[in-house]
Design a protein around this ligand. Structure first.
Ligand code: ME8
Length: 635
């Protein structure tokens, strides 16, 4: 049994997950589920990166402590991973003591190896990267090459790690283990970066308080990347009282796989292995860098407002179609683009039609012909057997290369073959001409069997939907091993329920219209349209105090507010959930449009509207400059 350790990056808590974060986690989950089916001893780790200046600043902006901010965001991560069926074995937070213990032990070893020294450090610093750049690495106008914002000049006394000492060992490691950095193009990039010469790395900060105190260097805090990277072993108990998991999955493991986005490859393929070399610990066996998720071919960015969050998609389709889309659409090593049209086409084409319809067609035919159940006679001699064996072989080889899109393509080829097989044999005619005999039984059983193999192989990709397919075709329990992919497992003569659409087809035009951003109001042709004061006074604006606030389920934007208008209590739904947390709103005074016709928003009736200024799409609530009685009119 092979010991297989797989990790995602730990996510910063100054942002909520978008499809880029979800992608890495879904890849790790699919792989973990697959390797468990393959019989491996799997450990799958994810978590959150909670220290650093950016998080300190984000918390200060919201007037909460960094830990309060982190707790809130971590709760959202847990919700997301539950929704997405993510089967991680552990979730590490860098604010946990077990993590700090691991960091202290790693630093002790770096120090013992003579690889730490103190010196003055000056340079151009990008705070979102938490990294010093050389002048050459900055753009011509001294901006960060990643974020495009001006770098800050910083000068401070730091602890340095002798990274330069590991230049040759790193080159040897890369050359002797050609598969250690994937894909090859990225390995070449990393190799070239190391070969051009490595400068020692500053691994402490004196200007940062929100971090782990640097052992033995009062006033210094551990550099966030040295802190963060250590999660991969601290979570396993390295440096703690019980290192058994560390011994099982890291020092004694067979595969130590880090999945990362291409932007953080250097940290994982240069700094992290150098720290481990210095500490005398085993190195990762693979660092796998994926490409970038774009939206409509453009970089996603909060300021542009085009970041794809999963909430609306999940509320409408469930999590599995998004898991499928992400894994089917991104070709390993390349960037991929999300578009609403691309998503709905995959959903309707691959899931509703190819998978859903094939399953419901054979189930309906079997029920009709064989007393509401699966056919009585199986079949071990037909062209689908070879097609299935080939699809499974391709699937397995693609999975071992982490080529998820190819694994899915192989399964979809089998679905196509099964459909062609059924169309050529016309069981719907046969049932009328020959009745439910052995021939019909074999044909329909073969159709079900192809669906069973596809659904079993899809369990790692779409755990919930694949299980539904298996139940729909009469398989009572999920397979526990890849042996289920061999021909012959569909039970004969078991009852089949009436098929329910697993992926109900969605009208594409209606869907695209429903997700399109509201058209901007047409600009008046001649000048601005002016209203009279009487027209303005038709709008009744009043001051109210928020008494209750909760998120509307399944919506990222909507918050349901109970407000006190002095003479009455009302419920108002406000689209401010991306900018405010419910608990921040309690006790606040707000301005309400009090004579608006009630409207239902995601099933909740809103009796008014809360006024907010819109700063690049981000709502900022309006309130009176000093407290006034509830119900006071605004004019
Ligand atoms: O980098 N497409 O955390 P993070 C694909 N805390 N992947 C994307 C993406 C996109 N549009 N945007 C982000 C950190 N990612 C550190 C990691 S690990 C010791 C510390 C990926 O929350 C990004 O490439 O900013 C990275 O792999 C991951 O999301 C976490 O990003």
């Amino acid at each position: 049994m092979s010991r297989f350790y797989v990790t995602t990056p730990i996510y910063y808590v100054n942002d909520l997950p978008h499809i880029g974060h979800i992608y890495t986690t879904v890849v790790a989950d699919t792989l973990a589920r697959y390797r468990r089916l393959a019989g491996d001893d799997v450990f799958f780790l994810t978590g959150t990166d909670e220290h650093g200046q950016n998080i300190e600043r984000a918390a200060a902006r919201e007037s909460v402590s960094p830990l309060q901010l982190a707790d809130r965001v971590v709760a959202r991560y847990h919700d997301h991973w539950r929704t997405f069926g993510v089967s991680h074995d552990d979730f590490v937070r860098t604010t946990e003591e077990r993590h700090a213990a691991g960091v202290r032990e790693l630093i002790r070893r770096l120090d013992e190896a003579g690889d730490l020294y103190t010196a003055k450090h000056e340079g151009w610093y990008c705070s979102p990267c938490e990294l010093f750049y050389t002048e050459k690495e900055l753009t011509a106008d001294k901006k960060c090459p990643v974020h495009g914002i001006p770098a800050e000049w910083k000068s401070e006394e730091n602890v340095f790690f002798r990274l330069s000492k590991y230049e040759q060992p790193l080159l040897r490691w890369i050359d002797e283990n050609p598969a250690v950095i994937q894909p090859d193009s990225r390995r070449n990039e990393v190799r070239a970066f190391v070969a051009q010469g490595l400068r020692d790395l500053s691994v402490s900060r004196t200007t940062l308080s929100w971090g782990i105190p640097f052992p033995g260097r009062p006033g210094h805090t551990v550099y966030v990347w040295l802190d963060a990277l250590t999660n991969y072993i601290s979570a396993l108990g390295f440096g703690g009282a019980d290192p058994s998991r560390y011994e099982r999955y890291w020092s004694g493991g067979d595969t130590r796989l880090h999945l990362v986005g291409k932007d953080i490859l250097r940290f994982h393929a240069v700094y992290w292995p150098a720290f481990l070399m210095s500490a005398g610990l085993p190195l990762p066996t693979t660092v796998w860098a994926h490409g970038w998720w774009l939206r409509d071919q453009k970089k996603m960015s909060k300021s542009v407002g085009n970041v794809v969050r999963p909430d609306d998609l999940v509320a409408r389709f469930g999590a599995d179609p998004l898991r499928y889309f992400l894994l089917r659409e991104m070709v390993f090593g390349q960037d991929a683009s999300y578009s609403d049209e691309g998503f709905i086409d995959r959903y309707n084409g691959d899931l509703a039609n190819d998978l859903g319809n094939t399953v419901s067609r054979v189930v309906t035919l079997s029920r009709g012909a064989f007393a509401g159940g699966t056919p009585p006679t199986p079949c071990d001699d037909n062209p689908l057997i070879a097609a299935a064996a080939q699809a499974v072989a391709e699937y397995r080889s693609a999975m071992s290369e982490l080529a998820f899109h190819r694994a899915l393509e192989a399964l979809w080829r089998l679905l196509t073959e099964a459909n062609q097989y059924l169309v050529a044999r016309e069981p719907w005619k046969l049932v009328k001409t020959e009745g439910p005999g052995e021939k019909l039984s074999r044909i329909l059983w073969n159709g079900l069997e192809a669906c069973r193999i596809v659904a079993s192989a899809l369990l790692p990709f779409m755990p919930q939907a694949a299980e539904k397919v298996l139940r729909a075709i009469g398989v009572a329990e999920n397979p526990r091993s890849l042996e289920a992919l061999a021909w012959g497992g569909t039970p004969t003569g078991v009852p089949l329920a009436e098929p329910q659409p697993i992926f109900p087809r969605i009208d594409k035009q209606q869907y695209l219209a429903s997700v399109a951003p509201a058209a901007a109001p047409a600009a008046p042709k001649e000048g601005r349209k002016l209203i009279t004061i009487d027209q303005f006074f038709e709008t009744e604006l009043r001051v109210a105090t928020v008494t209750t606030a909760e998120r509307v389920p399944k919506s990222e934007k909507l918050i349901k507010l109970g407000v006190d208008l002095g003479s009455e209590q009302r419920t108002v739904v406000a689209g401010i959930g991306k900018a405010y947390e419910p608990e921040q709103l309690l006790g606040r005074q707000v301005i309400i449009v009090a004579n608006l016709q009630p409207a239902k928003l995601m099933g909740v009736e809103s009796q008014g509207m809360v006024l907010a200024a819109s700063e690049e799409g981000k709502p900022v609530l309006l309130h009176p400059g000093s407290a006034v009685p509830n119900g006071t009119q605004v004019r």
